[in-house]
Write a protein that binds this ligand. Structure first.
Ligand code: ZN
Length: 343
């Protein structure tokens, strides 16, 4: 999940607030009348959120990807227009469904998100735990909308402003503060202050099913491609060092490095995983280059104890990034091999 800035999109808002030719009311007014004034509506129906203008605006905003898991859904299934706050009913802490939901937000632009079927609809899925074990259990958001304080649950329009939801909204939260993607395709709650306080990452992984095995395997495929590209870049970096002044080798290195941007285009899947991995790669490449520069100086001056100490310190710095808690520890370990570094 990545952070997405949500502007007002006039075409979508116009479609959501269009007045019916029959009673001159918007869907929101009709439904609100039903629940607050007793003006009868046989059974409130919700359809404004499904209009083509709304779907187009959501597709444009999220680049045709699920707001929660960043998968491209259109190759296999239509988009679900998801209500962040459920329109019809929500799950109570007791496990029962409420009698009414956030009806006043059913056609509210800021409450709508594009979702794949598996993040939105509840069903049993194989889910991959961090130890690699697969466990079959339910995931999918459906009517879930947990709050930090159930007593502050909104019962009528504008009441939602007092709520503190325990699920991540990509348009309001910074998901990177709560979620951490690993270099094998896994995901875990971030070890940080905000996550410890609210647990939004842990809840979002469980409710949206960000740990479901199919999703894990798709993310791992991208990581394998990234690893392969990074391996090429490391080889080219070594070539540039071995044959200084070779324009062709420098060009190979520059081209391969530029190709990393293919994984970070707006419409690429799993940016929340790929972008930090590429950042770690670039930083580690810089650190390994520093290490190799020190090594060259030592080769030219083999009895210089100060350079030897410097070399050891730089190697320790690189190894520190392979400690158990680093999300990119496999990547850094692999880079030490690709760059042929020895202590
Ligand atoms: Zn999804």
């Amino acid at each position: 999940m990545i952070s997405v800035n949500r502007p007002n999109i006039a075409a979508a808002k116009a479609a959501l607030d269009k007045r019916s030719s029959r009673d001159r009311l918007t869907e929101r007014q009709r439904v609100t009348n039903h629940f607050t004034t007793g003006i009868p509506v046989k059974k409130p129906t919700y359809s404004a959120y499904k209009k083509a203008e709304v779907k187009k605006a959501l597709n444009d905003l999220f680049n045709h990807k699920c707001a929660y898991c960043e998968s491209e859904y259109e190759s296999v299934a239509p988009m679900d227009v998801e209500h962040f706050r459920p329109k019809g009913a929500y799950m109570l802490p007791s496990g029962k469904r409420s009698t009414i939901g956030y009806y006043w937000l059913a056609s509210e632009w800021t409450n709508l998100l594009p979702s794949c079927i598996d993040c939105n609809r509840e069903r049993k899925q194989f889910r991959r735990q961090l130890d690699g074990q697969l466990v079959k259990s339910k995931s999918g958001k459906a009517n879930k909308f947990p709050l930090l304080d159930e007593a502050k649950r909104a019962k009528s329009p504008n009441g939602e402003k007092n709520e503190l939801p325990l699920l991540l909204d990509p348009c309001l939260d910074k998901p990177a503060m709560y979620l951490e993607f690993l270099d094998d395709g896994g995901v875990r709650p971030k070890n940080g202050t905000l996550e410890k306080k609210l647990g939004k990452g842990e809840n979002s992984i469980a409710v949206y099913g960000l740990d479901r095995d199919g999703l894990f395997r798709e993310r791992r495929k991208i990581m394998k491609l990234l690893f392969s590209q990074m391996n090429h870049i490391c080889s080219f970096a070594l070539n540039v060092r071995e044959v200084p002044g070779s324009a062709r080798m420098q060009a190979d290195f520059t081209r391969a490095t530029n190709e990393l941007s293919n994984y970070t285009t707006k419409d690429s899947s799993y940016l929340a995983m790929a972008k930090p991995m590429i950042r770690v790669f670039k930083k580690t490449l810089k650190n390994t280059t520093v290490y190799l520069d020190i090594k060259d100086r030592l080769l030219a001056d083999p009895n210089n104890a100060a350079i030897e100490v410097e070399l050891l310190a730089q190697f320790k710095k690189l190894k520190a990034a392979t400690s158990i808690d680093k999300p990119a520890k496999n990547l850094v370990t692999q880079m030490i091999v690709w760059m042929r570094l020895r202590e």
